[in-house]
Design a protein around this ligand. Structure first.
Ligand code: ACO
Length: 428
């Protein structure tokens, strides 16, 4: 028997079905609420609103659980590679050896940019923010692939979109970085593996050699960022795509949503905050006080999460990776000590404890990126590199699901009621 929720409104009782997910998550299906009651729901920041049914990522914020297609993030980050995880997210199952090889070959064969896109990348100012560049160029790719603008894409076209975007994002980010350094871009060498190829495209030249341990560490970071269910940027990708806008427009929308410092932009903001604390003499307690002061707009960047209310499992893994990488590179970064000091102080503090504010994925990732030689303003673009397979999996699921409708929320109007127009000559 279907379980129902009863809502009593103006003396009448209305029943709505309860939907249960595979992990026991419960939702009241209010799709018919307005039609039957004339009411809508109002949910600031969609904190209680399920926008879709999804089989990609499961997250339990109370228990600090994150799984892609059922596999715990801890196991994936330790035992798989980013390309396997990309396949898993996009196709639902871990690939076998042949499937993985074919997938890698497909991505490798698409690892070039149209000449016009390279020209575009050549002409951005060197100090342009890489997120603005990445979103503009991703959107501009639509001009070069008219066959992928068709709203009725075949399965084959969807596969191509996913492989192509994975291949091209890596090139866009590294190409622009080399331009900012006055260096000639270099082509992809997929033989190296995704992360090592990216590092090579960024830094090759002089006596640079890709260190397998460093490439592995970057690969783990990419896995940790690969998907996170219906967050701000994934929801944006789905919202844009729900109008049947093309994949480039949808992903470009996701990149823009990620840019903000309450979302992916927090990794850049964390490093800027840590540097500010260091330059100010290292007094992290002052910043804890500022974060608690309701008259101060300052927030502890890299802390807090809409969904995680115990700990962010990704942050735990990244904190460990941070120590490993800094030791491997022989880097002693005072920012790491400041970050650890801030974390310890915050976790003891009643303000943070009572609000369940813990370090999130962005708190330690910037220290790693910095140790790898990646400039601060590129940190969020590194997040893009990791998140591409997740956005594409969400986009594919949205495009192929019978459940999808164009995203079109309602509102509670709070403006003027109807009033009479006043001619210009009669206005004060
Ligand atoms: N520093 C200080 N106080 C905070 C912080 C913080 N980082 N985060 C939340 N709070 C406080 C809020 O002021 C609020 O206090 P109140 O109840 O006294 O008003 C309470 O905790 C709840 O915060 P909300 O803003 O309502 O929580 P929400 O779920 O809307 O926001 C967010 C989540 C945006 C992540 C928030 O915690 C934040 O701004 N964090 C800093 C930015 C950040 O690190 N973003 C990255 C998130 S991870 C990602 O997107 C990849």
């Amino acid at each position: 028997m279907t379980k129902v929720a009863k809502i009593e409104l103006e003396g009448q009782t209305h029943e709505f079905p309860i939907i249960e997910g595979s992990e026991g998550e419960k939702a009241i299906d209010i799709s018919k609420l307005r039609g039957t009651t004339g009411h809508i729901t109002l949910d600031n920041g969609f904190a209680n609103t399920g926008s879709c049914r999804s089989a990609i990522t499961f997250l339990n914020g109370e228990q600090g659980i994150l799984r892609y297609r059922g596999y715990p993030i801890e196991q994936l980050s330790e035992r798989s590679r980013f390309m396997e995880v990309s396949y898993l997210l996009g196709y639902g199952e871990l690939p076998n050896t042949i499937q993985l090889k074919n997938y890698e070959r497909k991505v490798a064969n698409l690892a070039t940019l149209p000449h016009g896109i390279c020209k575009m990348l050549d002409h951005f100012p060197k100090n342009a923010h890489p997120m603005g560049v990445a979103s503009s160029v991703t959107s501009a790719l639509s001009s070069f692939y008219p066959d992928l603008l068709n709203p009725n894409l075949s399965d084959e076209d969807i596969d191509r979109c996913m492989a192509q975007m994975l291949a091209q994002t890596k090139i866009i980010i590294s190409y622009f970085y080399r331009r900012t350094q006055g260096l000639d871009p270099i082509g992809s060498n997929p033989e190296l593996g995704y992360a090592a190829d990216f590092l090579n495209m960024m830094f090759a030249g002089g006596d640079y050699v890709t260190d397998p341990e460093i490439s592995k560490a970057l690969d783990v970071l990419l896995i940790l960022h690969a998907d996170h269910e219906q967050n701000c940027s994934a929801s944006t990708v789905r919202v844009v795509g729900s109008s049947l806008a093309n994949v480039f427009a949808s992903v470009s929308g996701g990149i823009n949503a990620l840019w903000g410092q309450l979302h992916g932009g927090a990794n850049q903001a964390v490093l800027e905050m840590l540097n500010e604390i260091k330059d100010g003499g290292g007094d992290h307690k002052k910043y804890i006080q500022k974060a608690k002061d309701k008259n101060d707009s300052f927030r502890l960047m890299g802390f807090g999460h809409r969904v995680y209310k115990s700990f962010d499992p990704r942050a735990k893994i990244i904190k460990g990776a941070c120590d490993t990488i800094l030791t491997r590179l022989g880097v002693k970064d005072p920012l790491l000590d400041i970050a650890k000091g801030l974390e310890e102080e915050a976790l003891r503090d009643e303000y943070f404890k009572s609000r369940n504010l813990y370090p999130n994925v962005d708190f330690y990732s910037g220290i790693i990126y910095q140790a790898l030689g990646i400039p601060t303003n590129m940190f969020t673009a590194m997040f893009v590199l990791g998140r591409i397979p997740g956005w594409l999996a969400q986009w594919k699921e949205m495009r192929t699901s019978d459940f999808t409708k164009i995203a079109r929320p309602r509102q509670i109007y709070t403006g003027y009621t109807q009033r009479e127009f006043i001619d210009l000559s009669n206005r004060n």
